[in-house]
Design a protein around this ligand. Structure first.
Ligand SMILES: [Zn+2]
Length: 287
C-alpha cells in the first residue's frame, strides 16, 4: 500500500507539470482505484469520479484519452447508455479510433442493439482489420445469416433480432469480415500511413482519413504530389504490383491514383503481409 501511494504521488507530481486535463485524469484514476471505505462509499466515490471526468471530457473534447477512460469507467458501473454517449463524442473527433469502436460494440451488445453492434464492428474492422480486440470480437460474435445482426455469443441458439436459428443449433453464420472486407479495406491502413508520410500530413488530418473520405472525393493534387505518392507506394509495395495495372494508374487525381494502385496490388506477390491478411485479401474469407 505504501509503495502504491508513493508511486501515485510521483505520477501526480508528474501530471501537475503537464497540463490540467492530464492532471484531472491522474486524479480520476487515483480516486477510482481507492478501495477505502465500505462498498457504498466506493460506489459513491466512483460515481463522482465519472461525473467530474464527464465535465473534463466536455471541456476538452479533443482529448480522446478522456473519452476512452470515461467509457471504461461507465462500463464498470454497468452504464452502457453512458458508454454509447461517450464513444459517440470521442468518435466524432477521431472516427478511426479502434479502441472507441470496440468499446461501442461491447456496449451495444450489452444493450441488445445487435444490428447496430454489427455495423460498429464492421467499422472497427475497416479501421483496423488486424487489431487484437477486433479479431477477438469477430471470433466471438458471428453474424446472423438471415438478418445480419450480431450474435451475442458464438454458441447462441437463436438470433435475438429475428429469431432465426443460431450457431448453437447448427445454423450457418457469417463473419463481419467475410461479408464486408475487400482488398481495399485490408490494405487501407497501410496505404494511409504511406500517404500521410509522403504528403507530410499532420497527425490529426491523417486520423480523419478513412477509405470513404479518401475515395469518395475528387482530391486534385499537383502532379508533383501525385508523383511523390506514386514513389512512396512503389517503395512500399514494389514487386507486389501487377505490372499492367500499375502502368495504367491515373496520375492527377489522388483518389483515382490511390484506388488504381490498391487495385494493382497482387496479394499473392506481396511478401510483406502476414499470411492471415494475405488469405483474406485473396479469398475474402474470415480468419
Ligand atoms: Zn437474425
Amino acid at each position: 500500500m505504501i509503495g502504491d501511494a508513493s508511486r501515485a504521488d510521483q505520477s501526480l507530481a508528474r501530471a501537475r507539470q503537464l497540463d490540467a486535463v492530464t492532471f484531472e485524469v491522474e486524479l480520476a484514476r487515483r480516486a477510482w482505484a481507492n478501495q477505502a471505505g465500505g462498498e457504498d462509499e466506493i460506489q459513491r466515490r466512483r460515481e463522482s469520479v465519472i461525473k467530474r471526468l464527464g465535465g473534463v471530457a466536455v471541456a476538452a473534447p479533443e482529448r480522446i484519452d478522456v473519452w476512452k477512460l470515461l467509457a471504461e469507467y461507465l462500463r464498470h458501473l454497468g452504464n452502457h447508455e453512458g458508454v454509447l454517449r461517450a464513444t459517440a463524442s470521442g468518435l466524432k473527433r477521431d472516427p478511426v479510433n479502434v479502441d472507441l469502436w470496440v468499446r461501442r460494440v461491447k456496449a451495444q451488445i450489452e444493450l441488445g442493439q445487435l444490428v447496430s453492434a454489427a455495423r460498429s464492428l464492421k467499422h472497427a474492422c475497416v479501421v483496423s482489420p488486424t487489431h487484437d480486440s477486433v479479431e477477438a470480437l469477430i471470433r466471438v460474435h458471428p453474424l446472423c445469416a438471415a438478418c445480419g445482426a450480431l450474435f451475442p455469443t458464438s454458441g447462441a441458439d437463436t438470433c435475438a433480432n429475428c429469431g432465426a436459428d443460431g450457431p448453437g443449433r447448427g445454423a450457418a453464420v457469417r463473419s463481419v469480415r467475410s461479408r464486408h472486407q475487400s482488398k481495399f479495406d485490408i490494405y487501407f491502413p497501410r496505404v494511409r500511413d504511406v500517404l500521410a508520410e509522403a504528403l507530410d500530413m499532420p497527425d490529426h488530418i491523417k486520423k480523419r482519413l478513412t477509405l470513404d473520405t479518401l475515395l469518395k472525393r475528387h482530391l486534385k493534387r499537383t502532379n508533383q504530389q501525385c508523383a511523390r505518392v506514386l514513389r512512396a507506394m512503389s517503395n512500399e509495395f514494389g514487386s507486389a504490383f501487377d505490372h499492367e495495372l500499375f502502368k495504367s494508374a491515373v496520375v492527377g487525381y489522388l483518389d483515382l491514383l490511390i484506388s488504381d494502385l490498391i487495385r494493382a496490388i497482387n496479394p499473392r506477390d506481396d511478401k510483406t503481409i502476414d499470411t492471415g491478411i494475405r488469405r483474406r485479401a485473396m479469398y475474402g474469407t474470415g480468419a
